[in-house]
Design a binder for this molecule. Sequence first.
Ligand code: TXA
Ligand code: MG
Length: 339
Amino acid sequence: METQVLQPSQSSFELAGKLLREGQLVGMPTETVYGLAANAFDPAAVEKIFKAKGRPMDNPLIVHISHISQVEQLVKEFSPKARALAETFWSGPLTIIMPCSDKVPTQVTAGLPTVAVRFPSHKAAQQIINAAGVPLAAPSANLSGSPSPTTAQAVYGDLKGRVPLIIDGGQCQVGLESTVITVATDVPTLLRPGGITVEQLRSVIGDVHIDKGVTHMLDKNAVVASPGMKYKHYAPKARVIILKGGSDEYIDYVNRHSLQGVGALCYKEDCAGLNVPCVVLGEKDDYSAQAHNLFSDLRKLDEMGLTTVYARCPETSGVGLAVYNRLIRSAGFEVIDLA
Ligand code: TXA
Ligand code: MG
């Protein structure tokens, strides 16, 4: 199949809407990462997503809406806490997991009694959902296991020939997938950190637990709250090793291991001292920039042909927790403590 890449316009939105109503897939920009969208109420269309990505069928999808009123048809219960979160953070990079209605196909929920719902703030995403006239199920638009795409070119690189249309909405502003919180548990629980921080969530609904899988490797046989957490994720082809420690120790360690094919994923402040090729994550204290750059940096490491990459360990407060959560997965939880 031929893959068209079109700029946002009335006619490209109409084409996207038509394809989606016909049960086809569309690559859709959002403020977090690009999504691979299908009509959420069409089981056969949803199955195409799993095929195109090579995604395991037991990993559920997020349903995207363009108006808060669309929640009602998707959920059994829109609780006061869920409503407070939605009214505060939507439209924006927050996904809320709630008990699901009978209308949501099992292909979307992977058979779970819950559904994940998100209202993206990207105008093109809203226009595409409006044009389709139905909520859209969409995972990140990468091949399963690769870093999530933050440009239309990255989507094209992964999915050309597998999807008829990609709308090019430019570089994603947040750069990491949405924050995922479940309110279907006794205490609301953060399953995936993102652009909306746990500190912000607590300021609206009080107590929020952080699932162990956010920062720790889960046992292969563990029952996981969010199936996506058990897969190795966001991985570039290079082996990534996280080095925990200060700038001096980091630079010293990397320079002592500067063989052919070795590179660094570091803070801007580290660059001058390193004698290996480096890719800059951002300034040390600029967590939003680090989030914005991480996935394109991981793709860049592969383009440079590096085989081993030593990464500076991100901080775990604010949006830093989201950067840490993704990087530690791309490193397969391989961390060396230099202290
Ligand atoms: O920012 C985002 O969320 C992007 C854009 C496209 O919206 N989407 C995205 O989708 O990151 P995906 O499929 O790559 O990640 C969805 C995550 C997975 O880890 C999945 O297991 C989890 O959300 N998830 C979805 N539905 C769930 C449910 N009912 N219960 C628990 N986890 C769920
Ligand atoms: Mg994904």
